[in-house]
Design a protein around this ligand. Structure first.
Ligand code: NAD
Length: 383
């Protein structure tokens, strides 16, 4: 099997989606080669995550400059992001495309992959099961995002997070409010706690209260009636009445916080708006808000995708693509996820990727195959 990796920093949109990550590391290349997989890497692919061409070469990869030639004979393109139409059009029938394909919001691209008789594996659709944990890229990247958001907020805050008692006076610990306690939110809670902040958190899935408390955070109790989660553990969308109740109940916590970090997502849908401009206006000047979802619609009214803006003296950070700010760690984790995916389904004898769609992991993440879109959830969303 021949895998190809392209230099994604060359094709990413600067500012909003600058891409410093790469889908392989020299260590993952070495493990792939050991399994009998051939790896071609476009020159410079790992440079922004601090892996150099000669390290990939030493690990067994071939560095390529003529991308089209190598792409046309590749069996699998592994990437962090979605490929372009131009790249897809070069690939041979039956080849596999792996990456964050953003399938709910990229219907034309997924349809085009199917029309070209390519197979699409969307890492976002890998089930959140124990068996799939080692290949769960949503979790590896969200966890880093949680850490990055706290660090960026701390950098913008004109104060400190821990309590400091000195002869020159006492500084109280910063108050941090985290809305959404999934993978990113929990890591943000843990990071803010490690830095000494007072942490309060809220999530519509009441089951996470215990997890928040086990990290030393306080859980804000809001009675908005039945909320629940889907069978995959994702939050259900709230009714208009519930949304209004949540916003009202969070108002004081937001007004009293030095840092607010919003991490709320709804799988396959636009993220919910959690903070209105009116509530933002209640925060003290110098406070900081991080909107994790700024590049996909926004949890915070007024946040700007890819930028930090100041609204009534409050800094609102909307950078997006958070894990690429710690590109080396993000590449290490993503490359492991990709290696584990390939390894799990590599047929040792034929050295091909065994596309058994009855396997529950592949049934979830293979979204286009043999000319058709194969994922029911997407077919319903595309109607
Ligand atoms: P996500 O990114 O879809 O959402 C982030 C958080 O936002 C979630 O906790 C969600 O409940 C919350 N949220 C949504 N609307 C909200 C609102 N209006 N106000 C406040 N919070 C709101 O979630 P995720 O981090 O990808 O996790 C999704 C699920 O997958 C969770 O149940 C998680 O425990 C589970 N998970 C399981 C595994 C595993 O078993 N291997 C691995 C990772 C995640």
């Amino acid at each position: 099997m021949k895998i190809i990796v392209l230099n994604e920093s060359k094709t990413s949109t600067p500012q909003i989606n600058v891409e410093r990550r790469c889908a392989v590391t020299p260590a993952s290349v070495q493990r792939l080669c050991k399994k009998g997989v051939e790896v071609n890497i476009e020159a410079g692919s790992g440079e922004l995550s601090h892996y150099l061409d000669n390290e990939y070469e030493d690990a067994g990869a071939t560095i390529i400059n003529d991308v089209n030639d190598a792409l046309s004979s590749a069996d699998m393109l592994v990437s962090v992001n979605k490929p372009s139409e131009a790249q897809l059009s070069v690939m041979k029938k039956g080849a596999i495309v792996v990456g964050h394909l953003d399938p709910f919001f990229q219907q034309p691209l997924i349809e085009s992959i199917a029309e070209k008789a390519l197979t699409a594996i969307s890492v976002e659709m890998i089930p959140r099961s124990s068996r799939a944990q080692k290949m769960d890229a949503l979790s590896s990247q969200a966890s880093l995002a949680g850490y990055v958001m706290v660090m960026q907020a701390a950098n913008q805050l004109p104060s400190i997070l821990p309590m400091m008692m000195t002869p020159s006076g006492t500084i109280k610990p910063a108050k941090v409010f985290i809305i959404g306690a999934g993978v990113a939110g929990l890591q943000a809670i843990a990071t803010a706690k490690r830095l000494g902040a007072n942490v309060l958190a809220y999530d519509t899935r009441a089951v996470v209260a215990e997890q928040v408390e086990s990290l030393g955070g306080k859980f804000l109790k809001i009675d908005i009636g039945e909320t629940g989660q889907t069978k995959d553990g994702y939050a259900k969308e709230l009714t208009e009445e519930q949304k209004a109740k949540q916003q009202e109940a969070q108002r004081d916590a937001i007004a009293n916080s030095d840092i607010v970090i919003t991490t709320a997502q709804l799988f396959g849908r636009k993220p919910p708006v959690l903070i209105s401009k009116d509530t933002l206006a209640l925060m003290k000047p110098g406070s900081v808000v991080v909107d994790m979802a700024a590049t996909s619609g926004g949890n915070v009214e007024g946040s700007v995708a890819g930028e930090t803006v100041e609204i009534n003296g409050v800094k609102v950070i909307g950078n997006g693509n958070w894990s690429q700010f710690v590109a080396k760690a993000a590449t290490d984790m993503y490359a492991n996820n990709i290696y584990n995916l390939v390894d799990e389904f590599l047929d040792e004898e034929s050295k091909t990727f065994a596309l058994n769609l009855e396997d529950d992991i592949l049934a979830g993440c293979v979204i286009a195959h043999e000319g058709k879109i194969t994922n029911e959830m997407l077919l319903n969303a595309y109607k």
